[in-house]
Design a protein around this ligand. Structure first.
Ligand SMILES: Cc1cc2nc3c(=O)[nH]c(=O)nc-3n(C[C@H](O)[C@H](O)[C@H](O)COP(=O)(O)OP(=O)(O)OC[C@H]3O[C@@H](n4cnc5c(N)ncnc54)[C@H](O)[C@@H]3O)c2cc1C
Length: 484
């Protein structure tokens, strides 16, 4: 047997693999991690020869096809500690899987050990203290469902299937960012299993440097087994999409930018180029048309909603306007079915300080989508996200007004090349008008160390120092990596 567990392929000869007729195959890491680990691990271990292997190694993005040596579905913190410790002792590459939604597939790896948190989905709301304790493998939907029952919400992203783990550690932006800040601005504490196997709690007073680093620094510093968030009284909202014909895109974008600039923080609306989904509630004559639009979310006093939306419903006028009162989780789940797991997915993102007329012209030139599920979103991130200084958390974007992301999406793997080409050429055209760097949560796995460095701007060196302190051997390197 050749075993190179530091991230290289592990190969068994046929004679050594009992019952196997294959000459070589990706070996199960169980043999390397040893019985000390496998016997005490309480969750499930799945290796390449197990029936569940293909289902468990699959991640959200169908473009990603990695073959881990072992998937350790942890049941509790003790399992996470055991897995990290075994990986450390045997020098095995580790990937941490939260919701498995990362576009670049950074919740998995080839050959190494996947510490899979997807069974750790406990949520405990403290309605009196307005906090919520969330286990590391939760999706946004798990938390929304629990908090909504108490009329509370944590500001997360726009789709319920995304993992809290990756989204939070990279920053977290969505419908409530203008009013309540990034997700990390509402993070009060984290429980972390560090690379040396220690379990620590980090908050403003304990391990403050670690607490600073995890608020934007991704999974670089350890496995976060639970998050403690501040929750806010947000229950029902007024929201939904407004769509205009594509030939009015420049005009709509300029109007929307001006509107957001002066809008109360309770109103958010992200601009989008979309292919109209071929089904209700969209009228048949619009199905599969490429259009421009805004998806709104208003969390202010309901009696003021009519006044807020009157000029919006009149601008243009729109081809479609479906804004109404609904529970926040209804908006958060509205797009889930349109982009189920397993689609081809390729995206690139930038933060934007100002939306100039030239930038708008470049956007409009690239708005012809390669497939109807492909899209460009521009999320407002002013308001409360600007209340903190750029060095208050590892995520430095506290002056940018938008985060823009262009995404090529389709079920057909044969279209992958076209999706990548469209995304790259669109991004190249608008990147010169951006704030530089990227949003680490909306990057692919291959954008390179320079782009990671640029994304952290003036906070990068401090992150390197934190990495040297908490993970000097770079055990956690399957991420947008901060090299120690
Ligand atoms: C359909 C879709 C919609 C999205 N919408 C939004 C949005 O509205 N707003 C937004 O901000 N982002 C959004 N994202 C981006 C999302 O934040 C990132 O893809 C994020 O990485 C997903 O986290 P995850 O836990 O699901 O991913 P995973 O693939 O499981 O993990 C991603 C990264 O985070 C690390 N990680 C995950 N959990 C932990 C943990 N508990 N401890 C330590 N490290 C961990 C992993 O190691 C990996 O490096 C969206 C993504 C998709 C695919």
């Amino acid at each position: 047997m050749t075993a190179s567990p530091g991230g290289r392929r592990v190969v068994l000869d046929a004679g050594e693999a009992e019952g196997s007729s294959m000459t070589t195959y990706d070996a199960d890491l169980r043999a390397i991690l040893g019985e000390d680990f496998t016997a005490s691990f309480r969750g499930e271990l799945t290796g390449p020869t197990d029936d569940e292997y293909d289902a468990r190694r699959a991640v959200y993005n169908g473009m990603i096809d990695r073959r881990p040596g072992l998937i350790a579905r942890c049941r509790d913190v003790a399992d996470v500690m055991a897995a990290v410790d075994a990986a450390r002792r045997h020098d095995v590459l580790v990937a941490i899987r939260g919701g498995g939604h990362n576009g670049g597939g950074l919740g998995t790896c080839d050959d190494g050990l996947v510490i899979d948190l997807s069974e750790m989905r406990g949520v405990r709301v403290d309605p009196a203290g307005r906090t919520v304790r969330v286990e590391g493998g939760c999706t946004l939907g798990n938390v929304d469902q629990a908090t909504h029952a108490f009329g509370l919400a944590v500001p997360f992203g726009i789709m319920s299937t995304t993992g809290v783990g990756g989204l939070t550690l990279g920053g977290g932006l969505g419908h409530l960012t203008r009013r309540l800040g990034y997700t990390i601005d509402n993070l009060l504490a984290v429980d972390v299993v560090l690379a040396d196997g220690r379990f620590v709690t980090a908050d403003a007073e304990h391990e403050p440097e670690l607490f600073w680093a995890v608020r934007g620094g991704g999974g670089n510093f350890g496995v976060v087994t639970s998050f403690l968030f501040r929750a806010h009284p947000v229950k029902d909202i007024v929201g939904g999409p407004t769509l205009w014909p594509l030939d009015r895109a420049a005009e709509v974008m300029r109007w929307w930018d001006d509107l957001i600039r002066t809008a109360p923080r309770e109103l958010s609306g992200f601009f989008a180029f979309i292919g109209v989904p071929p089904g209700p509630p969209f009228p048949e004559e619009l199905h599969l048309e490429t259009m421009c639009g805004v998806v709104w979310c208003y969390t202010g006093p309901p009696e003021e909603a009519e006044e807020i939306f009157a000029p919006i419903a009149a601008f243009g006028p729109p081809a479609f306007h479906a804004v109404g009162a609904m529970p926040l989780p209804a908006l958060q789940t509205a797009f889930d079915a349109l982009v189920p797991p397993g689609l081809q997915w390729y995206w690139k993102a930038d933060f934007v300080d100002e939306l100039s007329d030239e930038a708008i012209a470049r956007h409009v030139e690239h708005a012809r989508l390669p497939t109807w599920r492909s899209t460009m979103h521009m999320y407002p991130i002013d308001g409360a996200a600007h209340d903190m200084e750029p060095d208050a958390t590892a995520l430095p974007y506290r002056r940018a007004r938008y985060c823009q992301v262009m995404t090529g999406v389709d079920p057909d793997a044969a279209k992958a090349h076209e999706l990548v080409a469209w995304t790259r050429s669109y991004w190249e055209a608008v990147h010169p008008y951006s704030a530089g760097g990227a949003y680490v949560n909306m990057m692919m796995h291959d954008e390179g160390p320079e782009r990671v460095r640029a994304s952290y701007g003036g906070n990068y060196e401090r992150l390197v120092a934190a990495k040297r302190r908490y993970d000097p051997g770079n055990r956690f390197r399957v991420n947008q990596n901060i090299e120690p």
